[in-house]
Ligand binder design. Structure first.
Ligand SMILES: [Zn+2]
Length: 256
């Protein structure tokens, strides 16, 4: 009989992804490489190269001679995209698991019933993975793009207007509201661009393009440090390739 294939283990310690010190994109082994935390669940992440992928949390401090513990953003710089995507998937499931140990309705203990479902052992409430949708939009005005700097940005780059979807709102309404709130501008010709999971900690980014319609920039100072039009030939530092913001900008630049 054939041996079952080794597993890619996506191990997290204290919110950081633990990787082998050299080379490999994830621990590849028959058994978990670090001790699983007490009551930790193993989360199935599907397959890569025909090998099962599993995420779990460890309470064993990583041995610095053997491994390195990285934030997901740091891991992106080291990993092939498909490994980073699995790690992000694992991070989202672990975040869900860690924040739903007990029922939000009655306080009873929650038990896993499926890959993305827990049930309260007392009142039976269903607790699915929580995903927070956020929109992001590239607003164009001829050869210029509207770029902003949020107080929350780490680093020196400029980005795009973005924000979380609110209850009772369509995605289209959300984009128009965010642009209006953050910059006082009106937009039109809204078009869907694409989306991507955003495991920081449990989001999905939904990207749009739009055209400037009217208004003068007036920034929402609690949210933004700056907002301005930038010509395509004189862009400031842009977000890292990882982000949907950068994909939106790159697609715009490629169209010439
Ligand atoms: Zn309950």
């Amino acid at each position: 009989m054939r041996e079952p294939p080794d597993t890619y283990w996506f191990v997290f310690h204290d919110g950081r992804l633990v990787l082998p010190l050299e080379g490999a994109a994830a621990f590849l082994a028959a058994q978990p490489p670090l001790r699983a935390a007490a009551d930790a669940l193993a989360h199935d992440l599907g397959e890569l190269d025909g090998r099962p992928c599993v995420a779990y949390a460890t309470d064993e401090a990583p041995d610095a001679n053997r491994c390195v513990a990285l934030t997901l953003r740091e891991a992106y710089l080291r990993l092939e995209r498909r490994f980073y995507d699995k790690a992000g998937f694992g991070a989202q499931l672990l975040h869900w698991d860690a924040t739903t140990r007990y029922c939000g309705r009655c306080g009873g203990r929650a038990e896993r019933r499926g890959p993305i479902l827990k049930c309260c052992t007392v009142c039976g409430a269903e607790i699915y993975t929580h995903i927070a949708p956020a929109v992001i939009v590239l607003v164009r005005r001829g050869d210029e793009a509207l770029l902003v700097r949020s107080h929350s940005f780490k680093g020196k780059h400029h980005g795009l207007v973005a924000g979380f979807l609110e209850p009772g709102e369509t995605l289209e309404e959300c984009v128009a509201r965010e642009v209006r709130e953050e910059t006082a501008l009106e937009i039109g010709n809204l078009r869907y661009f694409g989306s991507q999971p955003w495991p920081y900690p449990c989001g999905v980014m939904i990207g749009f393009t739009a055209d400037y319609l009217a208004g003068e920039i007036r920034i929402q100072e609690e949210e933004l440090a700056s907002a301005a039009w930038f010509h395509r030939d004189a862009l400031p530092e842009l977000p890292m390739k990882l982000s949907l913001a950068r994909r939106l900008l790159d697609a715009w630049l490629e169209r010439g």
